[in-house]
Design a protein around this ligand. Structure first.
Ligand code: EPZ
Length: 418
């Protein structure tokens, strides 16, 4: 199992080009099978979740070709409607194939994604909405067998929670359904908008309204399209926190100003100067010592993103003062806390609240990543700590960050993959 060996307390300075968004490219690749045509996806990051998705596309009968950061997927020959366990288990978000398989094959057979590192990952909102559209769902022994007796019919669906995955699956089921589908209280993360943009280029008729309503007018078929994935806002925030911990100065290219606007006040409250140099680039300069963020509460977009909670907590472990985190989205997203304590952090967790008392310095140690964003937090903390930090469980990191150690070494970090 690969490990990262980090030599800490090094100031970061330089330019980082941010990768394409993991949480946009995964649903877009899954939706590309609906076109039964060739799709060209640019700015596709080389991460293991994309590799896992490509394995599923290949299994289903698609032809895939990666050229640099451009992925060409041809789903003309798609022939299967099932995803075997071993492929489903590689990545929980494979559930996003449910909606697209229903649209293209009329049926789908896949295993329940099951829990993951963040706690139970139910799909009740996905299935309730799909049943309202006429999908017959058989659940048993961990297997989902779904059949659309006739083609799905559009209807009005209200989500009790703006679930990103449920919104995506309903969108993918609605594009070829008969009639109109109105999704109310839909998620409005930028990745949803990017998926809707891609589907519209493929001929879908989708309107996203700012009040979390999405209206889809079903069409007969979709065709291939060319699309560039939006920048990864979570990767951008992760790199900003890495630069902030050692009074660094970073230039970030290929970011989206709108998508990270909810995080900028957090860095400014911590004493950083954040300046947008253009719509897609920014400069962040950090003070010699950060101030603590008083309160970070994770919310659906455009609130503070849950995926940024762990890296920002790592940043606050060495800030001056006390910060409070409230994790409102997932029930088990503090697994990085125990590992941060090994580095000398002072954190208390009570339910969905975490209190971080900033310490002067962390000290290097051997720590273990247990999920993707927790792994990123350990890298940020390791960069800040005195001495050497070894991070194991790097496979989690590789799920969502493209060459993170190379990116950070290019701006002054000393990180070796062993
Ligand atoms: C997506 O997960 C992202 N993953 C997550 O990013 C992200 O944290 C999350 O959205 C929230 O923004 C991808 O896009 C691949 P949800 P998803 O459905 O779709 C509950 C990362 O680190 N819920 O919005 O699974 C659920 O249990 C990953 O990049 C139900 O109760 O998120 C959770 O508590 C982690 N029933 C909350 O809603 C359902 O049917 C948010 O889940 C569905 C969800």
């Amino acid at each position: 199992m690969a490990e990262l060996l980090i030599e800490g307390s090094r100031r970061l300075e330089g330019e980082i080009k941010v990768q394409g968004a993991k949480n946009s490219v995964l649903p877009i690749l899954a939706s590309s099978i609906i076109c039964k045509d060739e799709c060209i996806i640019h700015n596709c990051p080389h991460i293991s979740d994309v590799k896992a998705t490509i394995k599923i596309l290949d299994y289903l009968g698609c032809k895939t070709r990666f050229e640099g950061n451009t992925l060409i997927v041809n789903s003309k020959e798609i022939s299967k409607n099932n995803i075997p366990d071993f492929l489903m288990r590689e990545m929980r978000s494979s559930i996003i194939f449910l909606g697209s398989l229903i649209s293209v094959m009329g049926s789908a057979k896949l295993c329940f994604p099951g829990g993951c590192e963040l706690g139970p990952r139910p799909i009740d909102l996905h299935l309730d909405g799909l049943r309202q559209m006429g999908l017959l769902v058989n659940e048993g022994h961990g297997i989902l067998e779904c059949e659309a007796a006739t083609s799905l019919r559009g209807c009005n669906i209200t989500l009790s929670f703006p679930s990103v995955g449920a919104t995506e699956n309903l969108l993918l089921a609605a594009v070829l359904a008969k009639g109109n589908t109105v999704i109310t209280n839909a998620a409005k993360e930028p990745e949803i908008i990017d998926l809707a943009d891609f589907l519209s280029k493929c001929g879908a008729r989708i309107k996203c309204y700012g009040d979390s309503t999405i209206i889809v007018e079903g069409v007969d078929r979709l065709h291939g399209a060319e699309h560039t994935i939006i920048p990864d806002r979570i990767a951008a925030i992760t790199y900003m926190s890495a630069g902030a911990v050692n009074a660094g100065k970073l230039f970030l290219k290929n970011i989206s100003k709108d998508h990270i606007s909810s995080a900028v006040p957090i860095f400014e409250e911590a004493g950083c100067i954040v300046k947008f140099l253009s719509e897609d680039s920014l400069k962040i300069e950090a003070p010699s010592r950060l101030y603590a963020n008083r309160l970070i509460r994770t919310m659906p977009y455009p609130g503070f993103p849950t995926d940024a909670q762990a890296p920002i907590m790592a940043m606050n472990t060495v800030s001056d003062g006390t910060s409070m985190f409230i994790e409102n989205i997932f029930s088990n997203r503090y697994k990085h806390v125990d590992e941060l304590l090994r580095l000398g952090a002072d954190i208390k967790v009570e339910g969905k609240v975490a209190i971080v008392d900033g310490v002067r310095r962390l000290s290097g140690a051997k720590v273990k990543a247990m999920d993707l964003r927790g792994a990123a937090a350990l890298v940020v903390a390791g960069l800040s700590a005195e001495g050497k930090t070894t991070v194991t469980g790097v496979n989690y990191l590789d799920r969502g960050y493209e060459n993170i150690e190379t990116v950070l070494c290019n701006v002054g970090a000393n990180i070796k993959r062993i």
